[in-house]
Design a protein around this ligand. Structure first.
Ligand code: HEM
Length: 482
């Protein structure tokens, strides 16, 4: 009897929720002529969060796209969402009507990065900050970093050789962190770097943990580490001000900035944007490098073609004794093709989130105010309409430029990645040194994926690195380098 009563209560509870949802939907649609996009909202309250977590979200979204078309609704992580999987719809959200869709992140994550980081904002503040970040990552700025990035690449690869088995992703994270630091601070005292790295690692770990107020949890440890980072940055800023060092790095741009009324950025705004850029730069670049190493290891012919391209540059540089030049890094078409295709194949940022700031109509469909909108980059990158045989790794496909708005590994519009040229530059440099002086064998090659939070090969692609004994080369980090 007790069992029956519980059953009736549960059924009643769900029926009430369903009724509530149907009434709300009817009211929204009544208010507007447009209809909500097709799609299923799943269970009342829970939506389709369970499916989202229990299966590969990319497969889930692809199945839905087949069933409902390029614009469809769902309900995940407690929010009603509209997914957009066509280049036109993604352009509408990210470019032409970007003012109607604001970036949206969970508050717990905003607090860890710092609420003033540019990617949480839109409007004037975002425009100002973006200009500063873009200037520090412009071609003129990043070309000066080449010698230091080379040294960092060689140091990273030498450290891979020392370990019996390397977790490729973890080592590449160290590399992309160092390059991030270079673009933010130019040269940074090693004691500050060590402290920043130590605390940033804790923040990074806490970012993907469950946010709670309990002391000792990964999230709370991350909050504490983030406070310590503020102190470290404050000391670095005071020192920069004291020495009146004029640098055109990100810190220099942030410190120099003045609004029309003469007001400067606060220390918190500067710190949040430094951590924001480090955060945007590290795991993304490291994931892509890890995929490239996997793809190249898998395709020996392609690897040989990349080696041939890089070896001819290496010979021109007197067997690696001269540093790479900017012009050389701009003329590595085969290697660049591999990077571009890896970005498409792996689509490590599969989608992004925005939130409608008003009721918006797109193609006869209503996107209600407050709903999340998710442009699905990966679905577009893997659509045979835009990329023939999309599951095939074909690095030569970029000889012809992809159709507009179909290739978006770095996003699109006002929030598109300002670090994309630096990312490509550091990957080209790393590959140059890797294929001319080292070899690597993937241990336990399989096709399993882990989410860290971006997709990477399982266990970060364990690999054995060794020096290529057939080459008699200069691998000393700074020997003969200006
Ligand atoms: C292969 C590596 C990278 C990939 C795939 C990547 C991808 C992206 C994407 C897709 C966005 C747009 C997100 C959105 O619209 O919601 C973005 C934004 C951003 N990225 Fe990257 N990124 C990479 C490397 C970097 C690097 C190296 C830096 C800086 C040194 C950087 C700094 C940023 C910043 C600051 C934003 C926010 C821009 C804004 O909101 O205006 N990224 N990135």
């Amino acid at each position: 009897m007790e069992f029956l009563c519980t059953g009736i209560y549960i059924t009643f509870f769900f029926c009430t929720l369903l009724l509530h949802y149907l009434i709300k939907k009817a009211k929204i649609e009544q208010k507007h002529k447009a209809k909500l996009p097709p799609g299923s909202m799943g269970l009342p309250y829970f939506g389709e969060t369970l499916q989202f977590y229990s299966q590969d979200p990319n497969v889930l979204f692809a199945t839905k796209q087949k069933r409902y078309g390029d614009v469809f609704k769902t309900h995940i992580l407690g929010c009603p969402c509209v997914m957009v999987a066509s280049p036109e719809a993604a352009r509408f959200v990210l470019v032409t009507h970007a003012n109607l869709f604001k970036p949206t992140y969970p508050k717990s994550k905003e607090k860890l990065i710092g609420p003033s980081a540019l990617f949480f904002h839109q409007g004037k503040y975002h425009t100002h900050l973006r200009k500063l970040v873009q200037s520090s990552l412009s071609p003129e700025a990043i070309r000066k970093l080449i010698p230091d990035i080379e040294v960092t690449a060689i140091t990273t690869l030498d450290s891979c050789v020392k370990a019996p088995v390397t977790n490729t992703f973890q080592e590449m994270k160290k590399f992309s962190f160092e390059v991030g630091i270079l673009s933010i601070f130019s040269q940074l005292d090693s004691s500050y770097k060590t402290e920043l790295k130590k605390n940033y690692c804790i923040v990074n770990k806490g970012y993907n943990s469950f946010p709670t107020r309990f002391p000792g949890t990964a999230y709370q440890k991350a909050r504490k580490a983030r406070e310590r980072i503020n102190h470290i940055l404050s000391t670095i800023i005071s020192e920069r001000k004291r020495t009146k060092l004029l640098q055109k790095d990100l810190l220099g741009h942030l410190l120099d900035f003045k609004y029309d009324n003469g007001q400067t950025l606060t220390e918190d705004q500067i710190a949040d944007n430094i951590i924001g850029v480090l955060f945007a730069a590290q795991d993304t670049t490291a994931s892509v490098i890890t995929w490239i190493l996997k793809y190249l290891h898998h395709d020996r012919e392609l690897l040989q073609a990349v080696k041939d391209e890089q070896k001819s540059i290496f010979e021109l540089n007197n067997g690696g004794k001269l540093p790479l030049t900017w012009a050389q890094t701009r003329n590595m078409p085969k290697t660049l093709g591999v990077i571009l295709e890896s970005l498409r194949m792996a689509s490590i940022i599969s989608y992004t989130f925005r939130e409608a700031v008003a009721d918006v109509e797109y193609n006869g469909y209503l996107i209600p105010k407050g709903w999340k909108v998710m442009p699905l980059f990966r679905n577009i990158h893997h659509n045979s309409e835009f990329f023939s045989d999309p599951q095939k790794f074909d690095s030569s496909r970029y000889k012809v430029a992809p159709k507009p708005n179909t290739y978006m590994p770095f996003g699109n519009g006002v929030h598109a990645c300002p670090g994309n040229e630096l990312a490509k530059l550091e990957i080209l440099i790393l590959i140059h040194h890797l294929v001319t002086k080292y070899r690597w064998d993937v241990v336990d090659s399989n096709n399993m994926i882990q989410y860290s939070p971006f997709p990477v090969p399982l266990h970060g692609l364990p690999a054995r690195f060794r020096k290529d004994e057939t080459q008699s080369v200069a691998t000393e980090p700074s020997s003969n380098r200006p």
